[in-house]
Design a protein around this ligand. Structure first.
Ligand SMILES: [Zn+2]
Length: 267
């Protein structure tokens, strides 16, 4: 089955969290090569592609003005190693707004980025809303690219709802369907706004019947496939998508068509 995964990150080896380890990596040192190799052996490689966002480095945004370039260059480097397999995202740093807005333009217009994300306030340490986030949303709308915004709490989803209202021209993917423990609030918010979609990344894809509830409440047109690789395994998540009780047409929408439409790409 063809799949576009709208949600993965590149982490650098640090030896103290699972993000730098890579599911299905061959034994040996972990690096961008192992990432390319492991994704290349996954079911995603059967005609599909994966969006890569920055991972390591975003926690340094506040204190280090150069972190935004380093973190996004790491993602760009990975994408350049296998452009047929990966799609570049751009992760913004609201603490250094002017540099970030310039880079957004460079990344989309010159480096081929198709989406802005993942915006992760709880890791990057910035507010969920405010003038800087507004500026990032406005810029994404101006550049014609969607945004991927993390949500795992009721408050996260409520903030995304307000951003969607304030920026009707922005197209927003709410990550993790609002979170494993707060997905009902995420679903409510996504349902109430025409410009919000929900990605299946993280645990909601495999936890209980969250996907079935999301399907019932949101429908296939609002759902996009995501994993949160390398924190989650690709093939297990694809397998869950394959077994969802939907028509082939709806499965295809969730698997790649909605994402391709949002990012303006073919497959
Ligand atoms: Zn997230």
């Amino acid at each position: 089955m063809r799949v576009i995964d709208v949600h993965s990150h590149i982490y650098r080896e640090n030896g103290h969290d699972p993000g730098w380890e890579i599911p299905q990596a061959a034994p040996g040192p972990i690096g961008p090569e192992s990432y390319v190799d492991a994704v290349g052996r996954s079911r995603l490689a059967q005609g599909g592609r994966m969006v890569v966002y920055a991972g390591s480095g975003i926690e340094k945004f506040r204190e280090d003005a150069t972190a935004v370039r380093g973190a996004n260059e790491a993602a760009a480097e990975l994408v350049a190693m296998a452009p047929e397999l990966f799609i570049l995202g751009f992760t913004p740093d609201p603490f250094h707004l002017q540099e970030t807005l310039c880079m957004m333009e460079e990344w989309v217009k010159e480096r081929g980025a198709k989406i802005v994300g993942e915006i992760v306030p709880y890791i990057a340490g910035h507010e969920r809303e405010g003038p800087e986030i507004d500026a990032v949303y406005e810029k994404a709308a101006e550049l014609g690219v969607p945004l991927n915004n993390h949500s795992s709490t009721t408050e996260d989803s409520a903030a995304i709802g307000r951003l969607a209202e304030k920026h009707p021209e922005a197209r927003i993917i709410m990550a993790h369907i609002g979170g494993t423990w707060a997905f009902r609030d995420g679903i409510k918010v996504a349902r109430a706004h025409e410009n919000i979609w929900a990605d299946t990344s993280g645990w909601p894809m495999v936890a209980g019947g969250i996907m079935e509830i999301a399907l019932r409440e949101l429908g296939a047109s609002k759902l996009v496939f995501g994993t949160d690789y390398p924190l989650c395994d690709i093939d297990s998540w694809v397998s869950r998508l394959e077994r969802l009780p939907v028509s082939d047409e709806d499965r295809e929408r969730i698997a790649w068509r909605n994402a391709a439409d949002l990012m303006g790409i073919g497959l």
